[in-house]
Design a protein around this ligand. Structure first.
Ligand code: FES
Length: 266
């Protein structure tokens, strides 16, 4: 027996790939270029194993935090050294894979790379090239459901980044110091927290499984706050990619001696 559901289950039988006449291809193209450029930069930086720390000001780039390899500068290793010093293992190999998985399974990035890399679909009302669609019901995409656990780990790594940002106020001789590097590290860590807290899983953890908000006023207040940030999740996703790259580049430039740090209090 044919039903309304059966009749509407398939796609519209039109020969054109899309009837859209606007520049629908621009967002996926921009995402493809932006994400590819960032991944190339981050991969090179993670493996270069140089110019990641400014000993005089205790500036440590987030790409090398926590620095737990035997190859790390001992002053940059606030959490010990226990990973072998080999070229194929990033100095922060305990955090980078989880940060990658956190972003890879992020609801926003999923949308971005499903559209821009897999064209699945490239945009609303534009047919995708794939013949079948299984959503996220099979391996490996089934693993996207682990996002909530990567969120917990990302929270711990954000705490470590916060520690790094504050430790950078202590100069190598133990005195207080404040320079442009501190401003960059602080802005980066504040935005990292904003991105992490704006996570959809965070919103669900804080406000989920409650029947009556009126009985949980504190969680309700936190949920309202997180929901406001959550509405900016896409912007925070891109802004933090930018601040991470800027922070890393600035510290690399100072560490390599290309530029001096702009000191406000020595
Ligand atoms: Fe984007 Fe959780 S949904 S970080």
């Amino acid at each position: 027996m044919s039903s309304t559901t059966d009749a509407s289950a398939g796609r519209a039988q039109i020969t054109a790939r899309t009837l859209r006449t606007d520049r629908w291809w621009l967002p996926p193209l921009a995402n493809f270029v932006g994400l590819t450029a960032w991944v190339v930069y981050a991969t090179v930086r993670a493996f270069v194993q140089d110019d990641y720390f400014v000993p005089e000001y205790n500036y440590l780039t987030p790409f090398y935090s926590p620095c737990v390899s035997y190859g790390c500068d001992p002053h940059a290793s606030h959490f010990g050294q226990f990973l072998p010093d080999v070229w194929w293992l990033p100095y922060a190999a305990v955090s980078l894979p989880f940060l990658l998985l956190f972003r890879l399974t992020c609801y926003y990035y999923r949308k971005a790379y499903y559209r821009s890399f897999w064209l699945s679909p490239p945009a609303c009302a534009v047919a995708e090239p794939h013949k079948s669609y299984t959503g996220e019901t099979r391996f490996p995409l089934l693993g996207q459901n682990l996002h909530r656990y990567f969120f917990y780990i990302a929270g711990i790594i954000s705490l470590i980044n916060t520690y790094d940002a504050f430790y950078a106020f202590v100069r190598s001789d133990g005195s207080f110091g404040f320079g442009l590097g501190n401003v960059i590290l602080l802005v980066n860590v504040v935005l990292l927290w904003a991105y992490t807290i704006s996570c959809h899983s965070c919103r669900s953890i804080i406000g989920g499984r409650l029947n009556h908000f009126s009985k949980h006023p504190l969680r309700y207040r936190m949920w309202v706050y997180v929901s406001k940030l959550n509405a900016r999740h896409m912007q925070l996703a891109w802004t933090t990619l930018a601040t991470l790259a800027v922070t890393d580049f600035y510290i690399m430039a100072v560490a390599a001696g290309w530029i001096p740090d702009l000191r406000i209090i020595n």
